[in-house]
Design a protein around this ligand. Structure first.
Ligand code: MEV
Length: 387
């Protein structure tokens, strides 16, 4: 049977989690661990997930993407979705963003994209879709992908890999992440899992980095915006690795983000700690740009002190970080905290990994900045298309 297969990496935040929700700079790298999604038309006439009935309530990211990309009320048929991969869930490694990016790409591949004038390029050519340059669509609202008023005979359906766009996958993944986190989510996970490599997010344009696009989101307290950039690492020494240590403790991101929001509401002075995290992140960015990994490690360790101070670490994270310290350049929790994973930047991945395992963590080893979204297999025909 025809199938579409896509995959996306998980991510580790090197600096700036939580502070990024308030606009401060943060850096994330795509990791070697990935999620792969396979979709096929459902032979049973029902939505299926891994062979069983898809429970939309328990899978809000999938539900949100279906609503935005696969209009059942317009006759889009039910699909069978299959998920595989080695990114542990609710552990700070971006499993929901990777799933959302890969599914958004698969659904787009399954319907193709209507485009207009052949002589224009990229999003300027789209007649439908969601992207940073498309002001007529509201990826964060309920309005659906825009559809240009151009006559049907002046458009054609673009299919295959060309119809898939990393910006669109990232913006859609951000919108469903924001919905799942009660309206508070930065685009760091979604952009990193879509574009891969090293992503820097900040409320200011950072010189010397490759500019990608701007995102904004209305949050419960105010509207936030972020500039998203790519950081080219240059030549990373062969012996530099990230060792990821999983505590095995589930820590839903939304709960941790809400905890920080509540702390700031009750004691607004503590915004100073959030600002300090932003400053440390900026130092980390500077160190990464000149390839000074000792300084990168030091900034990570300082970042952890602040994360602990705002109350998002966990005793088991502290145990794993302490165990890694003697053999690494720097270590900290990664993602929302409260459980989940820590990371250690190290020149001795085996020694660091053994130390973390001995302290009770399950480890994964990754290089810094893996490939982003990949379309692994596309069908020659769309499964459904808007007409
Ligand atoms: C989660 O990976 C990172 C947080 O900063 C939340 C977010 O940026 O949306 C904790």
């Amino acid at each position: 049977m025809t199938a579409i297969i896509t995959s996306a990496p998980g991510k580790c935040i090197l600096f700036g989690e939580h502070a990024v929700v308030y606009g401060h700079p943060a850096v994330a790298v795509a990791i070697d661990q990935r999620i792969s999604i396979k979709i096929q038309p459902s032979a049973s006439g029902m939505w299926l997930l891994d062979g069983g009935k898809l429970n939309m309530k328990r899978n809000p990211h999938i539900k949100g993407l279906i609503e935005k990309l696969w209009p059942v009320d317009q006759g889009a048929p039910p699909l069978s979705i299959h998920i595989e991969g080695n990114i542990p869930r609710s552990s700070g490694l971006g499993s929901s963003a990777a799933l959302s990016v890969a599914l958004a790409a698969a659904l787009r591949g399954a319907r193709g994209r209507w485009v207009t004038h052949a002589e224009t390029v990229g999003q300027n050519r789209w007649a439908e879709g969601f992207g940073s340059l498309i002001t007529a669509s509201d990826a964060y609202g309920k309005s659906g992908g825009f559809f240009s008023t151009i006559e049907q005979d002046k458009m054609f359906l673009l299919t295959g890999e060309e119809s898939v766009d990393t910006d669109e996958n990232a913006i859609l993944a951000h919108s469903v992440e924001a919905a799942a986190q009660n309206g508070r989510a930065s685009p760091i996970d979604s952009s990193t899992c879509s574009h891969g490599g090293v992503i820097v997010i900040s409320n200011q344009v950072q010189n010397d980095l490759t500019y990608l696009y701007k995102r904004s989101l209305k949050m419960p307290d105010s509207e936030r915006f972020w500039h998203i950039h790519e950081l080219e690492l240059g030549i990373v020494p062969d012996d530099i690795y990230l060792v990821i240590g999983n505590t095995g403790i589930n820590a839903p991101t939304g709960k941790q983000v809400a905890k920080v929001a509540q702390m700031l509401e009750l004691t607004p002075d503590r915004m100073e700690e959030i600002e300090t995290i932003g400053k440390i992140a900026q130092r980390g960015i500077d160190a990464l740009m000149v390839g000074d990994y000792e300084a990168v490690g030091r900034a990570m360790t300082e970042n952890q002190i602040m994360l602990k101070s705002i109350g998002v670490s966990h005793p088991q994270l502290d145990v794993l970080i302490k165990a890694a310290a003697p053999t690494c350049l720097g270590a900290k929790l990664t993602g929302a905290g409260g459980g989940g994973c820590m990371i250690a930047l190290t020149r001795n991945p085996k020694l660091t990994s053994d130390a973390i395992e001995l302290a009770g963590g399950r480890t994964y080893i990754s290089k810094l900045g893996s490939l982003g979204l990949r379309v692994e297999k596309l069908s020659d025909q769309t499964f459904w298309s808007r007409s």
